[in-house]
Design a protein around this ligand. Structure first.
Ligand code: HMH
Length: 208
C-alpha cells in the first residue's frame, strides 16, 4: 500500500499535536494573549505567507492540469489573505517591513528548497502546511474578539473543504510515486510539524 496523507498524521501523533496546539492559541481563545505577542505573530505570518504564495505558484508550474482548479483557488485565496494581512497591520499600526525572526526565515528557506523535490513531495508539503493552520485555529474552540476573525480565516468550512481537496490531490500522486518518495515525504512532514511548533513560539520572542 502506498503511503497516504492520513498515515503521516497517525504515524506522528505527538509531532502533529505540537504543531497544532500551543498556549498562543489558547490565549487567543480566552483573549489573554498579550497584544504585542499577537502582533509579533501577525507580522511574522505575513512574511511567511509571501513565501508560501511563491510555493503555491511554483506548485502550479509542475502540477498536472487536473490539479489546477484547486491550486488556482488557493492562489486566489492567498491574494485576499495578503491584502487582509496588510489591512490588519495597518489598523494595528504595525510595521510590515520587519526582519523575519530565525524560525520564519528557516521556514521560508525550507519552502524554497522544496522546489528540488518531486511534485508528490511538494503536494504533500502544501497540504500539511494548510492543514496545520486549519486544525490549529479550530482546536481551541470559539475564540473571543478580535481573535475570532483570525480563527475563522483558517477554520471556516470552505477552508476545511479546500484542505480536503489538497489531501485528495496529494494522495493521488502518492499512489503512483516511486519507493523513494515515502521516506522523503515522512521527513518533510516531520520538518513541517517542527517548524509549525516553533512558529507559534516566536510570538513570545518578538519585540513588536
Ligand atoms: C506558519 N503555517 C504558517 N502560517 C500560515 N499562514 C499557514 C501555515 C497557512 O496556511
Amino acid at each position: 500500500m502506498p503511503i497516504k496523507c492520513s498515515d503521516l498524521i497517525s504515524d506522528n501523533p505527538v509531532a502533529w499535536e505540537y504543531a497544532t496546539k500551543h498556549p498562543f492559541l489558547d490565549e487567543c481563545r480566552s483573549g489573554t494573549i498579550k497584544p504585542n505577542q499577537f502582533n509579533t505573530w501577525l507580522v511574522q505570518d505575513y512574511l511567511f505567507v509571501i513565501e508560501f504564495t511563491r510555493m503555491a505558484a511554483h506548485l502550479v508550474t509542475i502540477a498536472p492540469l487536473e490539479h489546477f482548479d484547486v491550486l488556482l483557488g488557493g492562489l486566489s485565496a492567498l491574494k485576499d489573505e495578503l491584502n487582509w494581512f496588510r489591512e490588519k497591520a495597518r489598523s494595528r499600526s504595525l510595521n510590515l517591513a520587519t526582519a523575519p525572526q530565525e524560525t520564519c526565515e528557516l521556514y521560508c528557506r525550507f519552502m524554497t528548497e522544496l522546489r528540488e523535490d518531486t511534485y508528490a513531495v511538494q503536494a504533500v508539503a502544501f497540504w500539511a502546511i494548510e492543514l496545520a493552520y486549519n486544525q490549529a485555529w479550530q482546536l481551541p474552540g470559539p475564540m473571543v474578539q478580535p481573535y475570532d476573525e483570525f480563527a475563522d480565516r483558517w477554520g471556516n468550512v470552505e477552508f476545511t473543504e479546500y484542505v480536503k481537496l489538497l489531501e485528495m490531490q496529494a494522495n493521488e500522486v502518492l499512489a503512483d510515486s516511486d519507493p523513494e518518495t515515502e521516506p522523503r515525504v515522512s521527513e518533510v512532514f516531520l520538518r513541517i510539524a517542527d517548524l509549525e511548533k516553533d512558529f507559534w513560539q516566536m510570538a513570545y520572542w518578538g519585540d513588536n
